[in-house]
Design a protein around this ligand. Structure first.
Ligand code: 6GU
Length: 249
Protein backbone atom coordinates (compact mmCIF):
# COMPACT_ATOMS: atom_id res chain seq x y z
CA UNK A 1 0.00 0.00 0.00
CA UNK A 2 1.41 3.37 -1.01
CA UNK A 3 1.11 6.33 1.33
CA UNK A 4 -2.15 8.27 1.49
CA UNK A 5 -2.23 12.01 0.84
CA UNK A 6 -4.61 13.85 3.18
CA UNK A 7 -6.01 17.09 1.81
CA UNK A 8 -7.90 19.36 4.22
CA UNK A 9 -9.82 22.33 2.84
CA UNK A 10 -10.80 25.24 5.07
CA UNK A 11 -13.75 27.14 3.62
CA UNK A 12 -16.91 29.05 4.44
CA UNK A 13 -18.64 27.18 1.54
CA UNK A 14 -17.99 23.45 2.15
CA UNK A 15 -21.02 22.51 -0.02
CA UNK A 16 -19.14 23.67 -3.13
CA UNK A 17 -16.88 20.63 -2.78
CA UNK A 18 -19.59 17.95 -2.76
CA UNK A 19 -20.19 17.17 -6.42
CA UNK A 20 -16.84 18.14 -8.03
CA UNK A 21 -14.94 15.48 -6.06
CA UNK A 22 -17.32 12.65 -6.99
CA UNK A 23 -16.23 12.06 -10.59
CA UNK A 24 -13.54 10.37 -12.62
CA UNK A 25 -9.99 10.17 -11.39
CA UNK A 26 -10.59 11.95 -8.08
CA UNK A 27 -13.48 9.68 -7.18
CA UNK A 28 -11.45 6.58 -8.01
CA UNK A 29 -8.39 7.82 -6.10
CA UNK A 30 -10.56 8.39 -3.03
CA UNK A 31 -12.15 4.95 -3.33
CA UNK A 32 -8.71 3.35 -3.68
CA UNK A 33 -7.48 5.05 -0.50
CA UNK A 34 -4.81 7.03 -2.41
CA UNK A 35 -6.18 10.34 -1.13
CA UNK A 36 -8.60 11.73 1.44
CA UNK A 37 -10.17 15.12 0.74
CA UNK A 38 -11.97 16.76 3.66
CA UNK A 39 -13.70 20.15 3.47
CA UNK A 40 -13.99 21.84 6.89
CA UNK A 41 -16.46 24.62 7.57
CA UNK A 42 -14.60 27.59 9.05
CA UNK A 43 -17.78 28.46 11.00
CA UNK A 44 -17.37 25.23 13.00
CA UNK A 45 -14.27 26.79 14.55
CA UNK A 46 -16.02 29.92 15.84
CA UNK A 47 -17.09 30.20 19.48
CA UNK A 48 -19.65 33.02 19.22
CA UNK A 49 -23.38 32.59 18.92
CA UNK A 50 -23.57 33.87 15.33
CA UNK A 51 -20.52 31.98 14.03
CA UNK A 52 -18.92 35.13 12.66
CA UNK A 53 -15.86 34.50 10.46
CA UNK A 54 -15.13 37.97 9.07
CA UNK A 55 -14.94 41.60 10.17
CA UNK A 56 -14.15 45.04 8.76
CA UNK A 57 -10.54 45.92 7.99
CA UNK A 58 -8.58 48.02 10.52
CA UNK A 59 -7.76 51.37 8.96
CA UNK A 60 -10.91 51.35 6.86
CA UNK A 61 -11.51 50.29 3.28
CA UNK A 62 -13.71 48.05 1.20
CA UNK A 63 -14.92 44.57 2.02
CA UNK A 64 -14.39 42.18 4.88
CA UNK A 65 -11.36 40.36 6.23
CA UNK A 66 -11.36 36.79 7.57
CA UNK A 67 -10.84 36.91 11.35
CA UNK A 68 -7.76 35.20 12.79
CA UNK A 69 -9.34 33.19 15.64
CA UNK A 70 -11.34 30.56 13.66
CA UNK A 71 -8.42 30.02 11.26
CA UNK A 72 -5.90 29.67 14.10
CA UNK A 73 -8.13 27.12 15.84
CA UNK A 74 -8.75 25.20 12.64
CA UNK A 75 -5.07 25.06 11.70
CA UNK A 76 -4.06 23.96 15.20
CA UNK A 77 -6.70 21.23 15.05
CA UNK A 78 -5.72 20.07 11.55
CA UNK A 79 -1.94 20.12 11.98
CA UNK A 80 -1.35 19.09 15.61
CA UNK A 81 -0.17 15.65 14.53
CA UNK A 82 1.44 16.54 11.18
CA UNK A 83 5.12 16.35 10.21
CA UNK A 84 6.14 19.85 9.06
CA UNK A 85 8.55 18.45 6.45
CA UNK A 86 5.76 16.39 4.86
CA UNK A 87 2.97 18.93 4.97
CA UNK A 88 2.11 22.27 3.49
CA UNK A 89 -0.36 24.97 4.50
CA UNK A 90 -1.45 26.89 1.42
CA UNK A 91 -3.36 30.13 1.47
CA UNK A 92 -5.26 30.63 -1.78
CA UNK A 93 -5.06 34.25 -2.83
CA UNK A 94 -4.54 36.21 -6.05
CA UNK A 95 -1.51 37.73 -4.24
CA UNK A 96 0.27 34.35 -4.17
CA UNK A 97 2.88 32.85 -6.49
CA UNK A 98 1.38 31.26 -9.58
CA UNK A 99 0.47 27.57 -9.41
CA UNK A 100 2.45 25.46 -11.89
CA UNK A 101 2.82 21.81 -12.84
CA UNK A 102 6.11 21.76 -10.98
CA UNK A 103 4.42 22.89 -7.74
CA UNK A 104 1.74 20.22 -8.34
CA UNK A 105 4.50 17.59 -8.54
CA UNK A 106 6.07 18.86 -5.27
CA UNK A 107 2.70 18.78 -3.51
CA UNK A 108 1.94 15.26 -4.76
CA UNK A 109 4.89 13.98 -2.69
CA UNK A 110 3.56 15.28 0.65
CA UNK A 111 1.43 13.51 3.27
CA UNK A 112 -0.82 16.46 4.10
CA UNK A 113 -1.94 19.61 2.30
CA UNK A 114 -4.13 22.20 4.03
CA UNK A 115 -5.82 24.58 1.60
CA UNK A 116 -7.24 27.78 3.09
CA UNK A 117 -9.84 29.33 0.80
CA UNK A 118 -9.45 33.06 1.22
CA UNK A 119 -11.87 35.64 0.04
CA UNK A 120 -10.72 38.38 -2.23
CA UNK A 121 -10.40 41.10 0.42
CA UNK A 122 -8.10 38.87 2.37
CA UNK A 123 -7.34 37.13 5.60
CA UNK A 124 -5.80 38.55 8.78
CA UNK A 125 -2.03 38.77 8.24
CA UNK A 126 -1.27 37.18 11.64
CA UNK A 127 -2.23 33.79 10.16
CA UNK A 128 0.78 34.10 7.83
CA UNK A 129 3.03 35.25 10.67
CA UNK A 130 2.35 32.26 12.90
CA UNK A 131 1.76 29.40 10.46
CA UNK A 132 4.28 29.24 7.65
CA UNK A 133 1.81 29.43 4.84
CA UNK A 134 2.61 29.29 1.17
CA UNK A 135 0.50 31.84 -0.71
CA UNK A 136 -0.66 30.49 -4.07
CA UNK A 137 -2.72 31.93 -6.93
CA UNK A 138 -4.03 30.00 -9.95
CA UNK A 139 -3.41 32.82 -12.45
CA UNK A 140 -3.58 36.51 -13.15
CA UNK A 141 -7.31 37.10 -12.88
CA UNK A 142 -9.71 37.49 -9.98
CA UNK A 143 -12.27 34.94 -8.82
CA UNK A 144 -14.55 35.55 -5.85
CA UNK A 145 -12.96 33.11 -3.44
CA UNK A 146 -10.35 30.38 -3.13
CA UNK A 147 -12.81 27.48 -3.51
CA UNK A 148 -12.45 27.01 -7.26
CA UNK A 149 -8.71 27.52 -6.98
CA UNK A 150 -8.65 24.74 -4.36
CA UNK A 151 -10.49 22.43 -6.78
CA UNK A 152 -7.98 23.18 -9.54
CA UNK A 153 -5.07 22.36 -7.24
CA UNK A 154 -6.71 19.20 -5.87
CA UNK A 155 -7.33 17.91 -9.40
CA UNK A 156 -3.81 18.71 -10.62
CA UNK A 157 -2.22 17.03 -7.58
CA UNK A 158 -4.45 13.95 -7.24
CA UNK A 159 -3.91 12.82 -10.84
CA UNK A 160 -0.15 12.80 -10.17
CA UNK A 161 -0.40 10.42 -7.20
CA UNK A 162 1.06 6.96 -7.81
CA UNK A 163 -1.66 4.65 -9.22
CA UNK A 164 -4.25 7.43 -9.60
CA UNK A 165 -4.29 7.07 -13.39
CA UNK A 166 -4.91 3.76 -15.12
CA UNK A 167 -1.84 3.85 -17.38
CA UNK A 168 1.60 4.20 -15.83
CA UNK A 169 3.18 6.76 -18.16
CA UNK A 170 0.05 8.71 -19.03
CA UNK A 171 1.17 11.79 -17.07
CA UNK A 172 4.74 11.69 -18.45
CA UNK A 173 3.64 12.40 -22.03
CA UNK A 174 1.38 15.32 -21.28
CA UNK A 175 1.79 18.99 -22.04
CA UNK A 176 3.93 20.71 -19.41
CA UNK A 177 5.70 17.57 -18.24
CA UNK A 178 7.60 17.69 -21.55
CA UNK A 179 7.65 21.48 -21.28
CA UNK A 180 5.87 21.67 -24.67
CA UNK A 181 2.24 21.80 -25.75
CA UNK A 182 0.77 18.53 -26.99
CA UNK A 183 0.72 17.64 -30.68
CA UNK A 184 -2.68 17.44 -32.43
CA UNK A 185 -4.54 14.11 -32.17
CA UNK A 186 -7.04 12.38 -34.45
CA UNK A 187 -9.38 9.41 -34.27
CA UNK A 188 -11.61 7.62 -36.78
CA UNK A 189 -13.00 8.25 -39.34
CA UNK A 190 -9.83 8.75 -41.43
CA UNK A 191 -11.72 11.19 -43.66
CA UNK A 192 -14.46 13.38 -42.21
CA UNK A 193 -16.23 16.07 -44.27
CA UNK A 194 -13.37 15.87 -46.73
CA UNK A 195 -10.78 16.47 -44.00
CA UNK A 196 -8.10 13.79 -43.95
CA UNK A 197 -6.04 12.54 -41.02
CA UNK A 198 -2.32 13.08 -41.81
CA UNK A 199 -0.97 10.13 -43.80
CA UNK A 200 1.98 9.58 -41.46
CA UNK A 201 -0.33 8.70 -38.54
CA UNK A 202 -2.03 6.01 -40.62
CA UNK A 203 1.07 4.24 -41.97
CA UNK A 204 2.18 2.56 -38.71
CA UNK A 205 5.83 3.68 -38.89
CA UNK A 206 6.47 4.44 -35.23
CA UNK A 207 9.73 6.32 -35.76
CA UNK A 208 8.13 8.63 -38.35
CA UNK A 209 5.09 9.09 -36.13
CA UNK A 210 7.26 10.08 -33.16
CA UNK A 211 9.17 12.59 -35.33
CA UNK A 212 5.94 14.06 -36.70
CA UNK A 213 4.50 14.42 -33.21
CA UNK A 214 7.63 16.13 -31.91
CA UNK A 215 7.63 18.55 -34.86
CA UNK A 216 3.95 19.38 -34.41
CA UNK A 217 4.43 19.91 -30.65
CA UNK A 218 7.31 22.29 -31.37
CA UNK A 219 5.30 24.14 -34.06
CA UNK A 220 2.30 24.57 -31.81
CA UNK A 221 4.40 25.72 -28.86
CA UNK A 222 6.29 28.20 -31.04
CA UNK A 223 3.01 29.60 -32.32
CA UNK A 224 0.93 29.72 -29.12
CA UNK A 225 3.35 29.69 -26.16
CA UNK A 226 6.84 30.68 -27.35
CA UNK A 227 7.71 31.52 -23.72
CA UNK A 228 7.66 27.78 -22.91
CA UNK A 229 10.52 27.09 -25.34
CA UNK A 230 12.97 29.01 -23.15
CA UNK A 231 12.55 26.49 -20.32
CA UNK A 232 11.75 23.26 -22.19
CA UNK A 233 14.51 20.63 -22.39
CA UNK A 234 15.34 20.64 -26.12
CA UNK A 235 17.66 18.36 -28.11
CA UNK A 236 19.83 19.35 -31.07
CA UNK A 237 17.19 17.90 -33.47
CA UNK A 238 14.55 20.09 -31.83
CA UNK A 239 16.61 23.23 -32.31
CA UNK A 240 17.16 22.32 -35.99
CA UNK A 241 13.42 21.77 -36.42
CA UNK A 242 12.65 25.12 -34.78
CA UNK A 243 15.02 26.91 -37.16
CA UNK A 244 13.29 25.21 -40.12
CA UNK A 245 9.81 26.10 -38.83
CA UNK A 246 10.89 29.73 -38.40
CA UNK A 247 12.35 29.83 -41.95
CA UNK A 248 9.12 28.47 -43.46
CA UNK A 249 6.82 30.97 -41.75
CL1 6GU B 1 -6.37 31.55 -5.24
N1 6GU B 1 -8.24 33.39 -5.26
C1 6GU B 1 -8.94 34.39 -5.82
N2 6GU B 1 -9.91 34.97 -5.13
N3 6GU B 1 -8.71 34.82 -7.06
C2 6GU B 1 -7.74 34.21 -7.73
C3 6GU B 1 -6.97 33.17 -7.20
C4 6GU B 1 -7.26 32.77 -5.93
N4 6GU B 1 -6.07 32.79 -8.12
C5 6GU B 1 -6.29 33.57 -9.16
N5 6GU B 1 -7.28 34.43 -8.95
Amino acid sequence: MTQTLNIDILTIFPEIFQSPLEHGIIRRAKQAGIVTITPHNLRDFTHDKHHVVDDRPFGGGEGMVLKPEPIFRALEFLTHKSEPENSSIILLTPQGRTFTQSLAVDLSRLKQIVLICGRYEGIDERVNQVFSTDEVSIGDYVISGGEFAALVIVDAVVRLLPNALGCKDSTANESFSSGLLDCPVYTRPAIYRGLEVPEVLQNGNHREIAQWRRRKALEKTLLKRPDLLDKAPLRKEDLDLISKIKENS
